[in-house]
Design a protein around this ligand. Sequence first.
Ligand code: GLN
Length: 191
Amino acid sequence: MKIGILALQGAFIEHAKMLQALNVDSFEIRQKKDLDQPMDGIILPGGESTTMYKLLVDLEMFDIIKEKIINGLPVFGTCAGLLLLAKTVHNHSNPYIQTMDIVARKNAYGRQLGSFRTVSSFAGKANVPFVFIRAPYVESIGKDVEVLAVVDDKIVAVRQGNQLATAFHPELTKDLSIHEYFIDICKKAIS
Ligand code: GLN
């Protein structure tokens, strides 16, 4: 089992540490040739979605990653990563990867109030810590999308097949359960 972590910008080191704690190998994806390595899943970290998108296009990685996801490679997008996966970003015109049937709202909590911590349930597991940093939320979902977490009536974690996305940052907590959930998706995709 080996997971590629997009490492162009943002909070990628923290994801590697979470995977290490779960005894899962990972490698950083910094350039096109890194995408030649076999991988069982890919993580799109938090950061700034437009910056990450532009870097992906400039480095000729965008189409390759999109194709891998369309072909079923498990993907976990956190925060900016959720925006990259969304079919529509409500208050933003530029389409990104668009493989998840969700409508997301960028900087949805407002710039000043954008960062907060809470504890909620994720996929039926109670008391999971969530860290939100200028986070988006999901405004609406397509029929194949499962809601995994809701905070203050807002959808903040979703799954569609092998695609997992959270509006918050599980990698900035000590709780491994959401990364474990993703690794489970990756394991099932292999078997
Ligand atoms: N607001 C950022 C964006 O629009 C996301 C913030 C984050 O990833 N922490 O991409």
